[in-house]
Ligand binder design. Structure first.
Ligand SMILES: [Ca+2]
Ligand SMILES: [Ca+2]
Length: 128
């Protein structure tokens, strides 16, 4: 699947990469947290963990994500027990990846106007 059209427009203003990041998540539903890596180039990679060992690993089959998109947080947005990725663009756009193991089951922009940068996501919680 291709990154959203607005993300493609943003890639034309790609900034120099700064630092890579990683976050723990639960992408395959086995109850063990997994490690979600992001390279300075924008590539993303997952380690499916089993204690101290890596059960499986691989790059997410997706184009590199420009550095003006940031991993804002991780939550289970579709309630399938697997963590999903919450992206936010410098413009305020919000985008999600619904993960399934090393792959993306679905992705898309949250149908809402861009949220100005002076609004900050505290964390995804299950309010209802
Ligand atoms: Ca897992
Ligand atoms: Ca999920």
């Amino acid at each position: 699947m291709a990154w959203g059209s607005k993300a493609k427009a943003a890639s034309s203003t790609l900034r120099s990469p700064t630092t890579g990041t990683s976050k723990a998540s639960e992408t395959n539903g086995d109850g063990n947290s997994d490690i979600f890596w992001r390279h300075d180039s924008g590539q993303v990679y997952i380690w499916e963990m089993n204690g101290l060992g890596i059960k499986a690993e691989g790059g997410v089959a997706h184009a590199a994500v420009p550095n003006d998109w940031h991993i804002q947080d991780i939550g289970d947005f579709n309630g399938d027990g697997k963590s999903d990725i919450l992206w936010r663009h410098d413009s305020g756009q919000v985008y999600t990846w619904e993960m399934n193991g090393l792959g993306i089951a679905a992705e898309g922009g949250v149908p809402h106007a861009a949220v100005p940068s002076d609004w900050h996501i505290f964390s995804p919680y299950n309010f209802v």
